[in-house]
Design a protein around this ligand. Structure first.
Ligand code: APR
Length: 243
């Protein structure tokens, strides 16, 4: 059975790379980007999470992020997040790259973690570039988060069409070169960079396992596709690997 094979490889792996996307948080009640429930006031994320949308209407973009932050902060990590925190404790060498900004991986206890697209709790000044936790920012006269320098703050999140922050991907590519197993969880694989890091690991010889209830851009390339929700598949995988 596929999960048995994946568990065998996982138990033997020295360097485990994990790449997660929105799907791992679906069972915590956070809508995925491209799935059902991904619309807000009839708008797609692709219409809101862009520098152009923020220039055009910063209030609309902040309203969306305030709503999303509320959803994320009320959500709890699910057994999939917890299984990855457990995997980090078991694997000799481990790195988790996530596209998610919801903060559920750190809340589940993951530490060797890179949040490639930023964090929903942080804002960045459009003038001086200072990065601040939203709880520490006051609203300006316009009702929008304002930096201590007086500049308008924006969500510290990588938006569509923006380049990755300098150095962000380097740690991922460096790990990909030595990974012997790469686990891809809950991502459509349509966002180029995280999928490219996972694929780089595969090309460099890592065994690739895709965990997703639906086919993704990476399922064909993967050595194994574990079809199912990550909150069920991941705990079972860890249990079998170390039973
Ligand atoms: N368990 C695992 N996977 C799931 C689950 C689940 N319970 N439910 C849904 N999925 C899968 C879907 O089948 C889909 O392949 O999660 C994936 C979600 O895909 P997207 O919504 O495209 O999310 P993601 O790949 O993370 O891309 C989102 O794009 O908008 C940008 O930067 C933004 O980080 C964000 C990224």
């Amino acid at each position: 059975m596929s999960i048995e094979r994946a568990a065998e490889r996982l138990a033997r792996a020295e360097h485990v790379l994990v790449v997660t996307g929105a799907g791992i948080s679906a069972e915590s009640g956070i809508p995925t980007f491209r799935g059902e429930g991904g619309l807000w006031r009839g708008l797609h994320a692709q219409d809101l999470a862009t520098p152009e949308a923020f220039r055009r209407n910063p209030r609309l973009v902040w309203d969306w992020y305030r709503w999303r932050r509320g959803v994320c902060n009320e959500a709890e990590p699910n057994p999939g997040h917890q299984a990855l925190a457990e995997l980090e404790r078991r694997a000799p060498d481990f790195l988790l790259l996530t596209q998610n900004v919801d903060g559920l991986h750190p809340r589940a206890g993951s530490q060797r973690l890179a949040e490639l697209h930023g964090c929903i709790d942080q804002a960045r000044c459009t003038i001086c570039g200072a990065i601040t936790h939203l709880d520490e920012l006051q609203d300006g006269d316009d009702g929008l988060p304002s930096c201590s320098c007086g500049g308008l703050a924006r969500p510290h999140i990588l938006w569509f069409g923006e380049a990755y922050w300098e150095g962000t991907l380097d740690v991922g590519y460096a790990f990909a070169a030595r990974a012997d197993l790469v686990l891809v969880v809950g991502t459509s694989g349509m966002v180029w960079a995280p999928a490219a890091v996972a694929d780089q690991a595969r090309r460099a010889g890592a065994f690739m396992v895709d965990v997703n209830p639906n086919p993704s851009e990476l399922s064909d390339a993967a050595d194994l596709w574990l079809r199912g929700p990550s909150g069920v598949v991941l705990p079972e995988l860890i249990r079998r690997a170390w039973s």
